[in-house]
Design a binder for this molecule. Structure first.
Ligand code: NDP
Ligand code: 2IT
Length: 452
């Protein structure tokens, strides 16, 4: 560590002592971009690290709502507007009981670099609430979303801050949020992405994060003349990202043997084929049931209560549930069992020890901010279509997603080779590559725009 990065990390730790996830995300970025900080002194001279680790604005608000029985509940709402150097704040909303300021700051911080990598003009932000949508009726979710947007609407706008979905926020929630925004502001604009198709949404947006993550894995494998066809894959989660990731892996001839939720994992050695996946989608998206039911439905599969998928041997692993779902020991187990590739659909699913295991083992590792950028990239394409009042075809959007993921891979690959000493003919450190490529674009824009 250099004197500059040590000093900045110490200050960030002191100022944000109670936000472990945020500190983890900052440490991962700051410790890997040192080569560019040493090569180009302008970043230190302009205090870019000090500025880029402090959100431009953080909004915290009360969200009161009534349940179907008429009881009053109070949740906390947040929007972290992290960085707008290269475009309007952009990033999802998470509704989950674990949500707090530190988690949203980690997600907003990651989003700044991820959005920079997409090549589109989007700054970084994140928001949400400690509201738990599980077990709530549609009417309760609607009243919550209306109350949440009643405050949020004064802070966002199509050219200011454009939220979208994340954990617990899907098409249903975006619909209720959009309806309330339109009612209060009397304007029909692209203020949210992830909208339904018949009122401003983009084709491929629901699929984009999962598809994009598989495209990124394909790009990594292609550097060794390989691809996912025939590979045994483990996937965690069974929500939006996991579902479409499994769909794409199936289409490309891979075999997916696990999915999970926060209660446990299902293991299906025969593979979760298209027909079984359609059943999972109905279970999760319509009936809002638990993944456990899969084992009763499909003979030959089993449910492992309280377990994650990482002890099951695989060629490729795709964590698509949540942060810190793979620790050092689990990463070691994956590698020991023959796993050759990890591509992250979720945000920061691997802890710092786990990342070191991947890098030391020299397997293909696609870090979240590169591998899952396809979701926000197609959000950017949704914004472009809204501005032009045009709808692109499925083929057009998918082709653009393909190009964007290829670009992100090339950008991370070339920056890794320029700055990371541990790259060899066979190994690329995509952590260094993605962090430096994402950082440089935002940092240069910040310098151009003066001390703001
Ligand atoms: P969903 O709400 O659709 O699905 C989340 C899935 O992860 C569910 O299966 C859920 O299980 C599981 N999960 C959530 N929290 C935990 C937890 N604490 N422990 C174990 N499992 C958990 O969310 P998404 O699929 O949209 O998001 C998944 C991940 O992908 C998140 O990290 C998100 O930030 C990231 N991401 C999402 C993007 C998007 O476009 N939606 C874009 C880029 C990244 P359960 O039902 O039990 O809660
Ligand atoms: O983490 C993410 O990139 C998202 N949840 C998607 C954000 C977006 O604005 O589409």
């Amino acid at each position: 560590m250099t004197e500059y990065t040590t000093r900045v990390l110490e200050t960030v730790r002191t100022k944000n002592a109670h936000e472990p996830e945020f500190l983890q995300a900052v440490q991962e970025v700051v410790s890997t971009i040192e080569p560019v900080l040493s090569a180009k002194k302008k970043y230190e001279e302009n205090c870019i690290l000090e500025r880029i680790t402090e959100p431009e604005r953080t909004i915290i608000f009360r969200v009161p709502w009534t349940d179907d029985a008429g009881h009053i509940h109070i949740n906390r709402g947040f929007r972290v507007e992290f960085n707008s150097a290269i475009g309007p704040y952009k990033g999802g909303l998470r509704f989950h009981p674990s949500v707090n300021l530190g988690i949203l700051k980690f997600l907003g911080f990651e989003q700044v670099f991820k959005n920079s990598l997409t090549t589109l003009a989007m700054g970084g932000g994140k928001g949400g609430s400690d509201f738990d949508p599980k077990g709530k009726s549609d009417a309760e979710v609607m009243r919550f979303c209306q109350s949440f947007m009643t405050e949020l609407q004064r802070h966002i706008g199509a050219d200011t801050d454009v939220p979208a979905g994340d954990i617990g926020v899907g098409g249903r929630e975006i619909g209720y949020l959009f309806g309330q925004y339109k009612r209060l502001r009397n304007e029909f604009t692209g203020v949210l992405t992830g909208k339904a198709l018949n009122w401003g949404g983009s084709l491929i947006r629901p699929e984009a994060t999962g598809y994009g993550c598989v495209y990124f894995a394909q790009n990594m494998l292609a550097t060794h003349g390989d691809d996912v066809s025939g590979k045994v894959c483990t996937v965690s989660g069974s929500g939006n990202v996991a579902q479409y990731l499994v769909e794409k892996l199936n289409q490309l001839g891979a075999k997916v043997v696990t999915m999970s939720d926060s209660n446990g994992t299902i293991y299906d050695p025969a593979g979760i084929d298209a027909e079984k996946l359609a059943w999972v989608m109905e279970l999760k998206n319509v009936r809002r049931g638990r993944i456990k039911e899969y084992a009763s439905k499909f003979a030959g599969s089993e449910y492992r209560e309280g377990q994650r998928p990482w002890s099951i041997p695989c060629d490729c692993a795709f964590p698509c549930a949540t942060q810190n779902e793979i620790n050092g020991a689990e990463a070691s187990t994956l590698v020991k069992n023959g796993c050759k590739l990890v591509a992250e659909g979720a945000n920061m699913p691997t802890d710092l020890d786990g990342i070191n295991v991947y890098l030391n083992s020299k397997i293909f590792y696609g870090p979240a901010k590169a591998a899952n950028a396809g979701g926000v990239a197609v959000s950017g394409l949704e914004m472009a279509q809204n501005s032009q009042r045009l709808d692109w075809t499925r083929e057009q959007v998918d082709a653009k997603l393909h190009d964007i993921m290829k670009n992100i891979h090339e950008n991370a690959y070339s920056h890794a080779r320029e700055y990371s000493k541990d790259c060899t003919a066979d190994f690329t450190n995509y952590v260094v590559g993605a962090n430096i490529a994402g950082f440089v674009k935002v940092a240069d824009a910040m310098i151009d725009q003066g001390l703001v």
